[in-house]
Design a protein around this ligand. Structure first.
Ligand SMILES: [Zn+2]
Length: 489
């Protein structure tokens, strides 16, 4: 009895010493000068805000890959770069729509989602939400399809763009010549859409077969026009000037460290952060036009680089994939491409530990979006505590942050995926002071806090990567069932 108690005590002590040694190893290896060096380069004016497709972002990609090379992180399929194909679409200079003898004006009444130089008059046909069933029941040949925007299930207009793309494909196959969608949403009012509609839009380039079909979103509240569109009796005239379309590629930067355990090394954890930002734009009151994105997301990129460095010297049991994503700011596009073109089978990826940052207003905490939604809550909490911080769950649920960063592309596959963020208790004025502003610079960062944040991320990763069982979704979570399906649980 006494003996076994002693053994138990000894085991306890060894575990405690091991845990302590990880903390002091991390303390020793995360050097403030190295952290600052990463941040200062990534958020420098020289990179001009790291816009997707810009030379500045390419320089950042080269920097990350160079750091991977220098620290012995392995390539996957003999490259650190996963090239992601994009196309940018700029609205036409001149366009109009004639419905029931009324001229609709761009961008007050409608915006152009897709198209090419065009002049057509054609009869219309209403197809509900434009699902396959709706389309099968209609005769679309040489007609303009009119539909309600969205799919009738998601009330988030950010999803509707993907629905539009799918509808265009179906309509083109059914012989239709254009798609008009009636936009009605309380989530994003038309006046915001109207603004977006005058700017160029970047999307994943998903081939040409359905890129040219004209696609218009109509925001007019004129009930006469809406009624005549819906009843499909009127012909409609659409005119569009030449549109500008640019194709380019931009890279996700990806590296690998094999796990140290013969069995658990078959399982992977993806440590991710987006390294792009919004580029240059409107000057602030100091005349600064460069949106440096120090918080968003040079901090996250630096944390993943620091972790890669640490794991290169102390590999955990599970294999590690480090993924720095492009085009997050364009709508989570780099991570979407990555999760559609994974380097290993999805069911071998047991966790995605993502980082993204808007800003912080409390340096005693770490805010983890999804902290309580996976079984890693305790692993993360203990790690933060070791550096004097407390982890809290997303306090600003109204912002829908879980579904607004790269982690969601993993979550929809069923992979547990929280986002580790600098501490905020509310999405308040202190956050908006820097969020997507030219003032989001290294000089306005509390570097002492950022170091503790990075160390907490590394220790959390150590815990997660060495667990006996990979952490899963908490029962009842929105993504719990997708996870069960993915891993055959
Ligand atoms: Zn971000």
């Amino acid at each position: 009895m006494r003996k076994s108690l002693n053994i138990l005590l000894l085991q306890f002590t060894i575990t405690a010493i091991l845990a302590q040694s990880q903390v002091s190893l991390i303390q020793d290896q995360i050097q403030p000068a190295q952290v600052k060096a990463h941040l200062e380069f990534l958020a420098s004016d020289a990179l001009k805000g790291r816009d997707t497709g810009s030379a500045g972002l390419e320089a950042a990609a080269a920097y990350i890959a160079s750091h991977f090379r220098a620290n012995g992180i392995e390539e996957i399929e003999s490259s650190y770069f996963q090239q992601v194909p994009f196309s940018t679409f700029s609205p036409p200079d001149s366009t109009y729509l004639m419905v029931a003898g009324e001229e609709l004006k761009f961008p007050d009444d409608f915006i152009v989602i897709n198209g090419r130089k065009e002049e057509m008059t054609a009869p219309t046909v209403f197809i509900g939400y434009g699902n396959q069933d709706d389309i099968d029941q209609a005769d679309l040949r040489s007609k303009i399809a009119v539909s309600t925007a969205g799919d009738g299930f998601s009330d988030d207009p950010r999803d509707w763009i993907a629905h539009s793309r799918a509808k265009r494909k179906r309509i083109k196959e059914a012989g239709g010549v254009a798609l008009l969608e009636i936009y009605q949403s309380s989530t994003i009012p038309w006046r915001f859409l109207r603004m977006i509609g005058t700017q160029s839009q970047t999307a994943l380039d998903e081939g040409h077969e359905n890129t040219n079909l004209p696609n218009i979103w109509i925001g007019t509240t004129d009930s006469l026009i809406i009624t005549s569109l819906r009843d499909g009796k009127e012909s409609l005239t659409l005119y569009m000037d030449e549109v500008e379309r640019r194709q380019f590629s931009s890279a996700n930067v990806v590296g690998l460290i094999p796990g140290s355990d013969p069995e658990l090394s078959q399982e992977y954890i993806v440590y991710s952060a987006h390294y792009d930002h919004v580029g240059t734009g409107r000057p602030d009151k100091n005349g600064d036009t460069i949106y440096n994105g120090a918080r968003d997301n040079a901090v996250g990129t630096t944390a993943v680089l620091s972790l890669a460095n640490y794991f290169a010297k102390h590999p955990p049991k599970r294999s590690s994939i480090f993924a720095l994503f492009t085009a997050e700011e364009k709508g989570l596009l780099g991570s979407r491409y990555f999760t559609q073109n994974l380097p290993v089978p999805a069911n071998q990826i047991k966790y995605n530990f993502n980082i993204d940052n808007g800003g912080y207003n409390d340096t005693t905490i770490i805010t983890v979006i999804g902290l309580t939604r996976t079984e890693a809550e305790e692993d993360i909490q203990k790690a933060c505590n070791a550096f004097g911080l407390t982890a809290i769950e997303d306090p600003a649920k109204e912002q829908g942050l879980f579904d607004r960063s790269d982690n969601v592309n993993f979550a929809v596959l069923g992979i547990p995926a929280p986002t580790f963020s600098l501490g905020f208790r509310a999405f308040d004025a202190e956050i908006f002071k820097y969020y997507h502003q030219p003032g989001d610079e290294v000089s306005s960062l509390n570097l002492n806090y950022v170091e503790k944040y990075i160390k907490s991320y590394i220790l959390s990763a150590v815990h997660i990567a060495n667990r006996d069982m990979a952490p899963f979704w908490i029962e009842g979570d929105k993504y719990f069932n997708s996870g069960k399906e993915l891993y055959n649980k």
